[in-house]
Design a protein around this ligand. Structure first.
Ligand code: PNS
Length: 159
């Protein structure tokens, strides 16, 4: 049973995340989408809201589970008996941070492999930070946030 963790903040989930979930789903037997619960940060969406959005999106995907985690990713991966961490890379600018994190995770858990996936080219400029900023000022979230969630995400960000 090959299990992968796709960890992130998902604050909120955007089309780049959704693209990656669909790609990763094809590669593994079980995909755990894991929302970081970081009490040190004040997110735009609560962990429960973020999990709810992800569960809604992945409702038709039997291999996908959505949950939250806190503490070290490698510890969570161990609990879930995962062999793989999935991360997305959009551009070179992502690379340094992702490279550092992958190597550090490897140092902490040598058997755990990080696999990088690239989203569709047209999604490469997308980030949750930009979604939040555009949403706060009432900009159009079309092509940024999955359609079934768009209106609710827009409404919450504008509030
Ligand atoms: O979506 P993000 O914010 O880029 O995701 C970052 C995330 C959640 C993958 C990263 O912050 C993480 O793994 N945090 C858990 C704490 C941890 O293990 N830190 C050491 C990483 S080397």
């Amino acid at each position: 049973m090959r299990t992968a963790i796709y960890p992130g903040s998902f604050d909120p989930v955007h089309l780049g995340h959704w693209d990656l979930i669909q790609r990763a789903d094809k590669l593994v037997d079980r995909l755990v989408v894991a929302v970081l619960n970081n009490p040190a940060k004040t997110p735009a969406f609560t962990v429960e809201e973020r999990i709810g959005f992800l569960r809604e999106l992945t409702a038709g995907m039997p291999k996908v589970e959505v949950t939250s985690f806190h503490g070290l990713l490698v510890d969570f991966a161990k609990t879930e008996k995962a062999q793989v961490i999935i991360r997305g890379v959009r551009a070179f600018s992502d690379f340094e941070y992702e490279f550092q994190m992958a190597l550090m995770n490897r140092k902490l858990a040598p058997a755990l492999e990080t696999v990088f996936l690239m989203p569709k080219e047209k999604l490469s400029a997308l980030s949750s930070k930009l979604v939040r900023e555009i949403g706060q000022f009432g900009g159009d979230l079309k092509d940024l946030v999955p359609e079934p969630l768009r209106e609710r995400v827009a409404k919450r960000l504008k509030a």
